[in-house]
Design a protein around this ligand. Structure first.
Ligand code: ZN
Length: 465
């Protein structure tokens, strides 16, 4: 894939114009203001690019700009890394709205999930992959069950995925040789970790402190020590969960309980952290745990606004997640970027908090780091070719004072022309606005998901429909 005379969003979120970018074998092989053949770069302001080299392979015409005063009207920027989601929950999008969290979980979500099959999760995850690509997400940290089926959706669609088997345990003792979720988690790791040329990674998971026994914490801590895998969990999503944990554990927060059990000795991902405290941020910094903010889900369920500026102050890696579409209800990362920034401003009554550049860092480099993808999240020679091509001629992106601010506060998925994962086009928006998903049969995914939805609703008692 070759691009000439494009703008590039750099790792510090400044912009370089008139740049040549090439990819080869899934890697960004060339980024320079000089063309690869050594002849001088041509900066063009109009559709006619004169002698500027044209796109030569792989992608739709991305060569020249048409905006007066803008050298290149195409922007290449890093793709997004969704650090917390449950992809098969596309099946539950819009199912049980305007309900209190516990009531919603017990009356709607859990009975519905009891009816799910592996095939349902595969089709629902494929739908999530297509939606993710259309919003610029190329990689997701997942926590669910039927993980092999979800993985199949990622592998076939060309997405990157950090899969983890969510585990809960409510009885006192745990026989590691017989407890199915634990055995599945272990097998998932040894069968799939670091496969598909690194596209697929496997993390360990605990659903949450309040759904785990000490025996489960110990089992997962031991497995993490054995595999050196990080542990993905939900932390302090609601005030109730946070306070009840402290009452049960002599003042220890959910994060402190995890750390004390050795669960995070090889790092981890802590989703939500809405009610987390300053001491928790210190634990995260010490243990190398990423705090994953899910602002849309937290606000929709009225859980609150996470104290992410506090985590950033302590040097914690802070990433962004959508959470599942049951509670969000979309995988719209541009929406998440904006909410992440403005929610912090509201919580603290301080508009200087969480700048657009900090939000972009969380959505790209921090997310990639949380997933153990150190060569991802930047448009640089040698990095994996995960990127978006945006239309800078979009009305909402002009005029430009600081492009990062436009992207976060005015940008939208409608501005995405191309989503590329490991050098492969996974989403393309044509000149006439039509969306193409070269790696997902979207029509079939919608058909299968709708069929599963009907079957499951038919099997549920009246009060759960
Ligand atoms: Zn979640």
């Amino acid at each position: 894939m070759k691009f000439s005379n494009v703008s590039v969003l750099n790792a510090d979120f400044s912009v370089s114009k008139g740049i040549y970018v090439e990819t080869e074998g899934g890697v960004i092989s060339y980024v320079s203001d000089q063309p690869p053949d050594g002849s001088p770069a041509v900066a063009c302001a109009g559709m006619d690019c004169g002698s500027a080299p044209r796109v030569t392979s792989g992608a739709p015409a991305m060569t020249s700009g048409s905006v007066p005063g803008v050298t290149s009207s195409r922007l290449i920027m890093p793709a997004f890394y969704n650090a917390h989601t449950h992809s098969p929950m596309t099946l539950l999008r819009g199912y049980g709205e305007n309900m209190v969290l516990q009531d919603w979980l017990e009356k709607k979500v859990f009975p519905f999930e009891d009816q799910l099959t592996g095939a349902d999760c595969y089709h629902a995850a494929l739908l999530a992959m297509a939606e993710s690509f259309s919003h610029g997400i190329v990689s997701s940290s997942e926590q669910y069950f039927f993980c092999e089926d979800i993985l199949r959706a990622a592998i076939e669609s060309g997405a990157k995925m950090n899969i983890s088997r969510g585990i809960s345990h409510f009885d006192g003792s745990l026989d590691r040789s017989r407890y199915r979720p634990y055995l599945e988690s272990k097998k998932l790791y040894y069968d799939n970790h670091d496969t598909q040329n690194g596209r697929i990674r496997v993390d360990l998971a605990l659903h949450a402190e309040y759904t785990a026994t000490p025996a489960l914490l110990e089992a997962i801590a031991d497995l993490s020590h054995e595999t050196e895998a990080p542990v993905h969990t939900h932390i302090s999503e609601t005030k109730k969960e946070h306070e009840e944990c402290k009452a049960r554990h002599g003042g220890l927060t959910p994060a402190a309980v995890m750390a004390k059990a050795g669960v995070w000795d090889f790092g981890g991902l802590a989703a939500h952290c809405v009610w987390a405290e300053e001491a928790d941020a210190e634990i995260f910094a010490e243990k190398g745990v990423t705090a994953v903010s899910c602002p849309a889900s937290n606000m929709k369920l009225a859980s609150g606004i996470a104290p992410m500026p506090l985590f950033l102050d302590k040097g914690v890696n802070v990433a962004l997640g959508t959470d599942g579409t049951a509670s969000n209800n979309s995988l719209n990362f541009f929406e998440e970027l904006k909410l992440f920034s403005i929610a912090a401003k509201v919580r603290y009554g301080d508009p200087t908090l969480i700048t657009a550049k900090q939000a972009l860092y969380a959505a790209t480099q921090a997310g990639a780091l949380a997933q153990g993808r150190e060569n991802c999240g930047r448009i640089e020679q040698g990095a994996r070719a995960d990127f978006l091509v945006l239309d800078l001629a979009s009305p909402s992106l002009n005029p430009v004072y600081e492009l990062a601010d436009n992207l976060v506060y005015a940008g939208s998925s409608r501005d995405i022309l191309l989503t590329v994962c490991d050098g492969k086009v996974v989403y393309k928006r044509g000149e006439d606005g039509t969306a193409e998903f070269p790696t997902v049969d979207l029509e079939r995914a919608i058909f299968e998901v709708t069929r599963a939805q009907r079957r499951i609703l038919g099997a549920l008692p009246e009060e759960n429909r």
